[in-house]
Structures are given as C-alpha cells and as structure tokens.
Design a protein around this ligand. Structure first.
Ligand SMILES: [Zn+2]
Ligand SMILES: [Zn+2]
Length: 231
C-alpha cells in the first residue's frame, strides 16, 4: 500500500464565480482524493490527501481542465503531513479584511441556458434571469468577496426547493451557482410609469418586456434597473 501524502494548494486569479469549487470537488471525487476546498477573500484554498501520483495528476488537471471562465494566475503547492480526512467537502468561505482578488465579469447566457429559455416545457421557459455556473451576472451583483450568495444582491431571494436542489447537487450544472433563480423564486420584471405604477395588465414578465419594446418603438424613453441594484 502506498503512503498517503497531503498537498496544500493555493490558487489565485479569476477563480470565484466561475464554477471553480464545483470543478475542484468533481476532480477530487473522481480521483478518490479526500480533503476540502474553500474560497477566501483573495484566493481559493484546497487540501487533498491521497497517493502522491494521484495528487500530482490532480494538480495538473486543476490547470489543464479548469472551467472555461476561470483564469489561473498563480497556483502554489505545499506538502504537509497527512491529516486523515475521510471525505472531500466544500467548506464555508473565509472573509479576510483588506484582501482582494480578480472578479469575473458578467457572462452572456450560455448555450445550455438558452436551450432551457426557449423550451416551452422547461420550468425556466422565457425566464429572463436564467443562469448557471458558466454564465450569468457576476460583477454586477457582487458586493464583496469571497463570492457567496449572501455577498451578492441575490441574497434577498430565497431559492425554492427545486433551485436549492440544483444548487446542492454536485452533478448539476447549477451546483453552487450563486445567482441561481427561476420564475418561482427569483427576480421579476416589472414595467412602471414615472409615478411608479405598474403599467402592464398582468404581472407576466413577457407582458412587461413586450410593452417596454413597444414603448421604445414609439419613441418613449425608458430607464432600466438591473439585477445589481438593491431590490
Ligand atoms: Zn448557463
Ligand atoms: Zn427557484
């Protein structure tokens, strides 16, 4: 039996809000490594315990297979005595005063989300705030790091059971997607007049968007409030 080793890995760059923790989690589970990953205000910290060769492959894949939106600027590895971990887990983020890191820009809706958006049988059919780990608002909604829902303008929207299930499922593409939302639990679109009164008959977002488009075509001026403003 080979002896266990433990690697303490620090990753800096655009590594939060891009599906990095779920990616690390998946990679560790696949390789049977134990340990943890968490976000801090300035980086992502990882500890993995396992056979030396497996750890080496893991470190290689961290860079080689990183999610499309991630940009690793620096990856350092230190070796410590094994700690006897029994599982791999995503731990709570740690905020550090005065530390900072690069923040992901907002990312246009990805192909998978577009497919859902245009599928009449999907629960997010035509829902304008559809997003996932690979797309959606980031810079706009982030108020502080580490990147967690409580530090974004999405904090006021409690996920419905279905969204929560996606968020908690390591195999789901919305695993730990902080802005996860749907028509049941997420932000809604409203069209208001200059007095703040709703000008659409129904409260459907389709109605609001269609009316807004019509008003623009008629030469009216509209102000648009984004998801980054406090609600
Ligand atoms: Zn997406
Ligand atoms: Zn929901």
């Amino acid at each position: 039996m080979e002896t266990l080793e433990l690697a303490h890995i620090t990753v800096r760059g655009i590594v939060q809000g891009v599906g990095f923790r779920p990616f690390v989690y998946g990679l560790a589970i696949q390789r049977g490594l134990k340990g943890w990953v968490y976000n801090t205000s300035e980086d992502v910290k990882i500890e993995v315990e396992g056979e030396a060769q497996t750890i080496e492959q893991f470190c290689h894949e961290l860079e080689a297979k990183a999610p499309p939106l991630a940009r690793i600027e620096e990856l350092s590895v230190a070796h410590d005595p094994p700690a006897g971990y029994t599982a791999f887990e995503i731990r709570h983020s740690v905020a550090e005063e005065g530390k900072y890191q690069l923040i992901s820009p907002d990312i246009a809706t990805c192909k998978d989300c577009l497919n859902e958006l245009l599928d009449p049988s999907d629960r997010r059919y035509r829902y304008p705030f559809t997003n996932c780990t690979n797309c959606g608002p980031r810079f706009t909604i982030i108020e502080d790091m580490p990147y967690d829902r409580t530090k974004t303008t999405m904090r006021d929207f409690t996920m419905c059971p279905e969204c929560q299930e996606e968020y908690d499922n390591p195999l789901d593409r919305r695993f730990h997607a902080q802005p996860n939302a749907c028509p049941v639990c997420g932000p809604q679109v409203q069209l208001l007049d200059s007095q703040g009164n709703s000008v659409t008959v129904s409260n459907s977002y389709l109605d609001a968007l269609a009316s807004a488009a019509q008003l623009l075509k008629e030469g009216n001026i509209l102000a648009i409030k984004g998801v980054g403003d406090s609600f």
